[in-house]
Design a protein around this ligand. Structure first.
Ligand code: 1HN
Length: 373
């Protein structure tokens, strides 16, 4: 702590109590009764502003892909439950989080494989990275999946995955709020009594029914706490970005950013997790801002770099990177001719529901961070 900070903490009424032999003995005494003096921890447990333990990381697909594929020959989905290599943020290993209270991993299945049905308190999503023939079944709704499709398996829903026999090995990114649910000590988990569920609706009915932009089905009421549109396909998503780009300058911080929404409410797709797709136009370099919330990005298209808390992180298609809470970040599309698209999921629904959300633009230096080597 600098002298200036120490002074500030004193005058602002922050704890500033040096150790004396008498005080140390007193603290030891308190420990015997499962207590402690607040002033010994106050500045740590009440920082001036969010101090994330997560570190910015880029998980490069080029590095990970072969290792993910190798797991196919090492374990079966039956043995593993889910055959997943998870993203282990160096600052969040104890809670198996990729960033903040969000978990993420890469799941792989080969043609003809299926993973059993289960349900849990955690909300989950998948973003398809590669392969043909993948499907997910959620409460009897079967969804066929292709690259850059985004699927929900909301908390409490029975869900299972597989790849059809005529498909190819498929890899997708899972995203869940397990660390959060565990932190809240609120997690339940159940395996389906029959290990499989029946498909009880026409294939892709969720998208056919709820996925028609401004047209919602008359008379189909929806009152569950998550989006009835369980699958968001890439083609209409990309088209929406391109169309919107023709009519907007976009956000100085995010380019053309569109949220995946629950069409029945206009709100986030699930109670705890929100998601977006953003397009950085050729050569676009956004301004820096920071937000209360944790963000995991997957590069759906193109290449470029992001500057996170003053450090540059290069990315290209299929790479995943995280932005920890309250970290300044700005994005750069590395191409002068093609757009770049970033899929993102985050915990902003939690921050908003709890009235914790804030954002702040970087005021200095024209809104751009100086790069620290
Ligand atoms: C889960 O349900 C899936 O459904 C993947 O594919 C990863 C990690 C922890 C807990 C549940 C899935 C998971 C998970």
């Amino acid at each position: 702590m600098s002298r200036h900070d120490a002074y500030r903490e004193e005058v602002m009424g922050r704890a500033n109590v040096g150790d004396t032999p008498e005080r140390v003995a007193y603290y030891q005494e308190l420990e015997r009764f499962d207590t402690a003096a607040l002033w010994t921890v106050a500045n740590k447990i009440e920082p001036w502003e969010p101090r994330s333990e997560s570190v910015p990381v880029v998980w490069r697909y080029q590095d990970l892909r072969e290792h993910v594929l190798r797991s196919i020959d090492l374990v079966t989905p039956e043995e593993a439950g889910r055959r997943v290599i998870y993203l282990n943020n160096p600052g969040r290993r104890e809670v198996a989080a990729a960033v903040g209270w969000l978990y993420s991993g890469l799941q792989v299945m080969r043609p003809g494989e299926a993973a059993s049905a289960h349900r849990h308190s955690a909300c989950a999503l998948r973003f398809i990275m590669e392969g043909r023939g993948a499907y997910t079944i959620v409460d009897g709704h079967k969804m066929t999946l292709g690259a850059n499709d985004f699927v929900l398996t909301p908390n409490g829903t029975w869900h299972e995955h597989g790849v059809s026999a005529d498909g190819t090995p498929c890899i997708w990114q899972d995203g869940l709020d397990i660390p959060l649910v565990n932190a809240l000590e609120a997690g339940f988990y159940q395996v389906h009594p029959e290990l499989r569920q029946a498909v009880t609706h026409p294939v892709d009915d969720a998208t056919l029914t709820w996925g028609n932009a401004a047209l919602l089905p008359a008379g189909d009421a929806w009152s569950k706490p998550y989006s009835p549109l369980l699958k968001y396909e890439w083609a209409p998503t990309y088209e929406a970005l391109q169309r919107h780009a023709r009519a907007t300058e976009g956000s100085p911080f995010d380019g053309v950013l569109m949220n995946y929404i629950n069409p029945a409410t206009g709100g986030a797709v699930m109670p705890t997790i929100g998601a977006s797709m953003q397009m950085l136009r050729p050569g676009e370099h956004t301004k820096a801002h920071r937000q209360v919330g944790s963000f995991l990005y997957q590069v759906a298209k193109g290449s470029g770099h992001s500057i996170i808390n003053g450090k540059r992180y290069d990315w290209s298609e299929r790479d995943i990177f995280c932005v920890p809470s309250w970290a300044f970040h700005e994005h750069v599309n590395g191409s002068a001719t093609d757009d770049a698209c970033l899929f993102c999921f985050h915990d902003l629904p939690v921050m908003r529901a709890l009235k914790l959300y804030r954002e702040e633009a970087l005021a200095d230096n024209g809104g751009h961070q100086p790069i620290i080597a």
